[in-house]
Design a binder for this molecule. Structure first.
Ligand SMILES: Cc1cc2nc3c(=O)[nH]c(=O)nc-3n(C[C@H](O)[C@H](O)[C@H](O)COP(=O)(O)OP(=O)(O)OC[C@H]3O[C@@H](n4cnc5c(N)ncnc54)[C@H](O)[C@@H]3O)c2cc1C
Ligand code: FES
Ligand code: FES
Length: 503
């Protein structure tokens, strides 16, 4: 196949020479000859000797590795940052982006960032191992929310574990730093032109025959590739040709598979640079969320309409997890205790699936065929998730039960929608995680509820429906006795609490 020589983009050179280019503190770093699964953390520490960024757990839990990753805004005049767990992000995802580590913060004259300075003054650091991650979480917060309240400060630290301080001096330091408004923004003006220089191509490369050629960011001698296309057409085309490719979105599952199970997928396709997949379409009846819309974005989008869903998402992982993790990744991964799915199923969400140039729509409650298996065909992927908006009189409730409030996995999470017609429950949709091999609706429980006044629903009827619906199985997170009791009590609470408001 002949390749058009006249496609004049600088990416062509760097892509075929296996170079990942990113901006670090006013210079372009060209990472050459790295593996497609090298993590950002390993590269920062081992190649750039930025050892301020620490490795604690290597699985996104402790926050010792938090750095900020930035992308140019649409206007091209500022950088938008998100906090990221460097231990589970793969280096080639940085191509075209910028990174800030704890070493980025000190000014040339030695002045520390107010967050660092106040951490010292308030004794916010003892052994110091957690400190760089905590500083980066707080610095990221004040870039996005210049005057955070106490709740926002504590939320921003929910993914940073500190075994020494008890957190109070850290929160005091953050509060004091916020008073020094003028010094909070980091100086990244020099990065902006460099980010433009290394911007990834927004159009596919075509052969003379008009075929799409997806250029790899990394290509090994064995022919294994890390590709990072810019368009939906490239994604679809590459997947049809290479159906065993591992899709990579937020990397909060894949990063663990690389670190903990030592998986080395042959071909990896990163979806984070595809403009169409980042898009949210807001119509009067629904939101259509592209497959790489992050959980942080989803939380903001649905918070007003569905506060309980937003609360479930606020308790999902931590800010660095939510800023990268996607709904599509949560759904495709299909964990039995995946948290977004009960909410989306109760709301009647649908998935837009794509293979080649063909789309089909599948209701989320019809997506799973068993534990971690689903209806996706080889070469098919989730293009978008459509979540209906509330209709008049509709009640939506959801709650996640876990041992800890934040950064913990569900024992079970339940969600329900219904309305009341003449005092009777109507249009009931109820879904759970943690009770079956995959998150699912509970039609036998729905049947118990449908058409009844909330006061006529009995615990015994719900218990019988739970026993008839699920195989009793104790799990690592909870016994069956506990889970089934919680599953029943959540329903009772959901229908009792809202009856007076709706009636
Ligand atoms: C510290 C930590 C805390 C967590 N807490 C929670 C929690 O509270 N609740 C919870 O439910 N989960 C939790 N998770 C799991 C994880 O964060 C979620 O499942 C997340 O939504 C995965 O999304 P991602 O974009 O990071 O997926 P990735 O890791 O990028 O991919 C996950 C899977 O989805 C596939 N995939 C991605 N995009 C697509 C697509 N468009 N089409 C088809 N397949 C696709 C990938 O190939 C892969 O198999 C946690 C994980 C960590 C590390
Ligand atoms: S090392 Fe623990 S979150 Fe990355
Ligand atoms: S200061 Fe020791 S872990 Fe936080």
């Amino acid at each position: 196949m002949r390749v058009l020589a006249q496609i004049p983009h600088p990416r062509t050179m760097t892509q075929v020479t296996n170079t990942v280019r990113f901006v670090l503190d006013g210079r372009i770093v060209e990472a050459q000859g790295e593996r497609r699964t090298t993590t950002v953390l390993d590269y920062l520490r081992e190649q750039l000797h930025r050892t301020g960024t620490k490795e604690g757990c290597a699985e996104g839990d402790c926050g010792a590795c938090v750095v900020m990753v930035g992308e140019l805004n649409d206007a091209g005049n500022a950088v938008n940052y998100v906090p990221v767990n460097a231990c589970i992000q793969l280096l080639p995802t940085l191509d075209g982006k910028s990174v800030k580590t704890v070493e980025s913060l000190k000014k040339p004259d030695g002045t520390l960032h107010p967050v660092q300075d106040e951490m010292i003054k308030c004794h916010g650091s003892q052994c110091g191992f957690c400190t760089p991650g905590i500083v980066m979480s707080l610095v990221n917060l004040v870039q996005v929310v210049p005057q955070p309240n106490r709740q926002q400060i504590t939320d921003s630290l929910s993914g940073n574990l500190c075994r020494c301080t008890g957190y109070k001096p850290i929160i005091d330091a953050a509060t004091k730093a916020c008073a020094r408004k003028a010094d909070l923004p980091i100086d990244d003006q020099a990065d902006i032109p460099l980010l433009k220089d290394i911007a990834r191509s927004k159009v596919p490369t075509l052969s003379l025959d008009g075929d799409i050629i997806v250029q790899p960011v990394v290509r090994t001698k064995k022919g294994n590739e890390f590709v990072s296309p810019a368009t939906l057409a490239e994604v679809a085309d590459y997947l049809v040709k290479n159906p065993s490719t591992t899709l990579l979105a937020g990397s909060t599952e894949i990063g663990l598979q690389v670190n903990k199970q030592f998986k080395r997928p042959e071909h990896i396709m990163y979806l984070g640079n595809v403009a169409e997949l980042k898009r949210v379409t807001d119509t009067p009846k629904a939101w259509r969320m592209g497959a790489t819309v992050s959980l942080t974005q989803v939380e903001a989008l649905i918070a007003e309409a569905y506060p309980d869903f937003a609360e479930v998402l606020r308790r999902f992982g931590s800010p660095p997890i939510r800023s990268t993790a996607t709904l599509a990744g949560n759904i495709a991964n299909g964990s039995p205790i995946g948290d977004s799915m009960p909410c989306l199923m109760a709301l009647g969400a649908t998935l837009v699936l794509r293979r080649g140039d063909k789309n089909r729509t599948v209701a989320l409650d019809q997506f799973y065929t068993g534990q971690k298996s689903n209806v996706l065909q080889p070469g098919e992927f989730i293009e978008a998730i459509e979540c209906p908006k509330p209709v008049a009189g509709q009640v939506f409730r959801a709650h996640k039960v876990s041992k800890r409030f934040e950064q913990d996995i569900s024992a079970t999470c339940a969600a329900i929608t219904y309305s009341l017609k003449a005092g009777k429950l109507s249009g009931v949709k109820l879904a759970y995680n943690g009770l079956a091999p995959s998150p699912c609706r509970a039609p036998k429980l729905e049947a118990v509820l449908e058409g009844k006044a909330p006061t006529d629903v009995t615990a015994a009827d719900l218990d019988a429906a739970i026993a008839a619906s699920f195989v009793a199985r104790d799990g690592l997170r909870a016994t069956w006795a506990y889970r089934s009791l919680v599953a029943r009590n959540l329903v009772l609470e959901f229908i009792e609490e809202h009856t007076p408001e709706v009636a």
